[in-house]
Write a protein that binds this ligand. Structure first.
Ligand SMILES: [Mg+2]
Length: 211
């Protein structure tokens, strides 16, 4: 029987993240592909993926943006305005109301509620102000503060440990829009839903909870 829900934030409780990258391209002329290439260049040079380093707090937001700007400059012929990245990114995101409503309903049903997010330490005030996080979730595990990120098993295990009350992986329902994160949760024994759209995810969540 499911006793706890472990939900992702970006792309599940918000509108799709792709909208943020589209807005970034509109406002700066830097495409998602260029951004991806720049990240790859840095990853090969430094031996660590800069996004993973950012999400585990090993790189600050400022260091990350500086490195990405430097990697983009040769292709663009000028340094891009990376300092506006977070503003553009959050302006383009909205709460995904049907999923937020569902989470509220599950909390009211007495399920234990945890939020497990790969995020940026410096962005905490921004994403938290989008939704009544603490009203719905009793526990937040944020990669930026714990030095691990999904799909590392350790961050799922830490979430279980912090939920306490003997809650183990098979007692949990995990929801995420990134497939590797869903696979990692299943490997640990959680019931998991890969969020693609509201209709599909909400139906699958109801089915798993009634099973
Ligand atoms: Mg996500």
């Amino acid at each position: 029987m499911i006793r706890a829900v472990v939900s992702d934030f970006g792309g599940v409780l918000t509108t799709p993240l792709i909208g943020s990258f589209a807005a970034f391209q509109d406002r700066t002329g830097v495409s998602g592909e260029s951004l991806g290439r720049a990240l790859q260049t840095i990853a090969e040079r430094d031996g660590a993926h800069p996004l993973f380093e950012l999400e585990t707090g090993r790189l600050t937001e400022a260091e990350f943006l500086e490195r990405v700007a430097a990697a983009l400059e040769p292709e663009l012929g000028h340094p891009p305005e990376m300092h506006r990245f977070r503003e553009i990114y959050f302006d383009a995101l909205d709460p995904n109301e049907p999923m937020v409503e569902l989470m509220r309903e599950l909390r009211d049903r007495g399920l234990r509620m945890a939020l497990l997010t790969n995020n940026v330490r410096e962005w905490e005030p921004l994403w938290r102000s989008m939704l009544p996080i603490d009203e719905i979730f009793e526990l937040v595990v944020d990669s930026g503060f714990v030095g691990m990120r999904k799909p590392e098993p350790g961050i799922y295990e830490l979430t279980l440990e912090r939920l306490g009350d003997g809650i183990a992986a098979p007692d949990c329902l995990f929801v995420d829009d990134v497939e590797v994160n869903v696979e990692a949760a299943r490997e640990l024994g959680m019931a998991a839903v890969h969020f693609r759209d509201n209709e599909q995810a909400i139906a699958e969540i109801h089915e798993l909870l009634s099973g």
